[in-house]
Design a protein around this ligand. Structure first.
Ligand SMILES: [Zn+2]
Length: 177
């Protein structure tokens, strides 16, 4: 039997609009891309109304938030740069959640143990790896009516204990990171 340890999230340093330096979490459990509402407000990041409200729920199927606004900004990681649209919601301790839509489009090589990415896809070579003055907007999914978020921190909940088995309550801290 292979033992394991609780591990940290896959966070990468990113830069928003050339000036805001934060960390973004890669999350294969998220079926959308999210930015924290406080970050949007604090830095005056441009927002647009969502064409259709997006209902989000956690791994238990519990509702998290209904997203009605999106943020539009330039996201850079190393030499990879792209103007993107992300859904705005409370994402706990995470500034950005790069979910499956972002990973599918950019399709990076991912080294889990080193928490490293290389952008080598055809899409990135044509769209993201040169600074193009004619920025393109990625279309956000509109047909999808709701989204699941598995990586959102428990601070989203007032009290996580109803969602965690009684015998694990002494270890609730380990779900924090
Ligand atoms: Zn790319």
């Amino acid at each position: 039997m292979t033992q394991y340890q609780i591990s940290k999230h896959f966070n990468i340093p990113v830069e928003i609009n050339g000036v805001i330096n934060v960390k973004a979490m890669l999350d294969t459990g998220a079926t959308a891309n999210f930015i924290h509402q406080d970050l949007v407000k604090t830095h005056g990041i441009q927002t647009i109304l969502r064409k259709e409200p997006l209902t989000t729920k956690d791994i238990h199927g519990q509702p998290l938030a209904v997203v009605t606004e999106q943020a539009v900004f330039r996201l850079r990681t190393h030499s990879h740069i792209k103007t993107i649209v992300m859904d705005i919601m409370p994402t706990g301790q995470h500034s950005l959640v790069l979910g499956m839509p972002w990973m599918e489009i950019h399709d990076p090589w991912i080294w889990m143990a080193d928490r490293d990415l290389i952008f080598s896809s055809q899409y990135c070579q044509e769209n993201c790896l040169n600074i193009d003055p004619h920025v393109r907007l990625e279309q956000s999914p509109t047909r999808q009516e709701n989204a699941e978020v598995y990586g959102v921190d428990r601070t989203t909940f007032a009290d996580p204990s109803p969602y965690v088995p009684q015998e694990l309550h002494p270890f609730l801290d380990v779900f924090d990171d």
